[in-house]
Write a protein that binds this ligand. Sequence first.
Ligand code: DON
Length: 566
Amino acid sequence: MKNKVFIPVLSLATVLLLVFSCHTEKRITETGLVTQKAMTVSAHPLASEVGTAIMQRGGNAVDAAIAVHMALAVVYPQAGNIGGGGFFVIREKDGIYHSLDFREKSPLLSDRDMFLDEEGKPLPEKSQNGHLAAGVPGAVDGMVKAYEKFGSLPWEELIQPAIELAENGFVLTSEEADYFTRVSQNLKKYSTVDPVQFSGKSWHQGDTLIQNQLASTLKRIRDFGRDGFYKGPVAEFILAEMERGNGIITQEDLDTYESSWRQPLLGSYKQYDIITMGPPSSGGIILLQMLGILENYKVSNRGKKYADYLHLKTEMERRIYADRAEYMADADYYPVPVEQLLDKDYLAERFADFDPKRATPSDGINAGSVLALSEETTHFSIVDPLGNAVACTTTLNGGMGSKVVVDGAGFILNNEMDDFSIKPGFPNMFGVLGGEANKIEPGKRMLSSMTPTIIEKDGKLFMVVGTPGGSTIPTSVFQTVVNVIEFDMGMQEAVNEERFHSQWKPDVISYEKEFSELKILDDLKKRGHVLNERSAIGRVDGILMRDDGSMEGGADTRGMDTAVGF
Ligand code: DON
């Protein structure tokens, strides 16, 4: 599927634009698509085509990011969204940085114990599925805010491709057909009105998915901007859905939701400068903590030294994810000690008991804490012809979020409330623990792991990178960065490379099923690690700037991720 030529069902004008403006090339070796001027790498070929077509028309990277975000809400509804939220990290061509936080917020009627029964027992079924699981969506406000600051093409032109994809439909691959067939029962179960656009049939390769209600919602967003979603008929559909499903999102939540421009989190590693996402994400802090420790070691991906590296990485992860559980949360509500967590002396002290030969036990393994297998967040990376770059990770949280399709409006609500700590010490769907810092409070944002990241080398744009994967996100970004910087891989090669993940608790190293170097696994076991085979970890999509001024896309073959550029 990767980089395959794909004829989307779009208006004639858009088709012509795509045919004449973008070329997709087949990947022959482990080098990804290489282009000279601009590139979009996203989870879906149609969304990547949309982003690059926008830049071909003179739009900048933020214009393209808005159009891609909207297109993904249509063609990748399992994670692309208008009913969820995410983060943009932006680097302007002259090296000015921004980050936009359009993460969902806890409804004003929420409270700390809302997912506990009378005996104080956690109710993860409720924090993960159905109306109460939804935070107040931030995506539309985020796109409008980004547009107000950076938009250059008319707003309507950025939303129109998504409208056409929803109205005319798009043709499903066999994987997509299987996926929609699999989730349709759950969508029916948790929505108050059967969302027949998804659930009316079992899906087959070659079927066309048409989403008319979603098209109408997108038209309102096109015509009325923020008010097209947070007010008027779409808001009424959301409130009616809440009423029918005993949800708690109110008009006041919709009126008061605001995305926020925040200082991006900055750090460095050797001659590289890292621009990444700070709180309410833990991702940037974790990435910088790991790079901060790594700087003191020489690592290699060859032979036994590779096991040394994986052991080192795991030992960092167990300490850092313990920090995550204790100290990381929405900094508007809790004083996250970012500087201390990144302080070199602190990191050295934290790692003082590191034993290169033995695993340090994480205090027993948590029963029942298995890592979720869904990878249903989504990341895209964009570079425009001027050299502006956007890294965006956006999500509904789990696949199809709360599984509630808002009747009349046709979009899916997130289940982001599960990213709060619903009870201290009780793991969320990614098996990560939290405590007081990340407790539920009205209006607060739930702690994220999303790590959209931009890297400069010697002051110039070097890499744009990110991934879905819940708690595995920061460690997958870390590995990809290390693959390029330390192991001299190109972007595609770095993305293809197998991934490992560990997170303090449960005290295991997860590795991808396809990994075949049994000697490495044996070596890790001998050091006292418990290994856990699982399905693919993450879907990393990145762009690497090359010395000759061209750029290479790395589109993750674990999904249908595709690079398109010119
Ligand atoms: O914000 C977070 O960290 C999670 N809601 C991300 C969820 C995710 O990546 C799902 N895919 N595995």
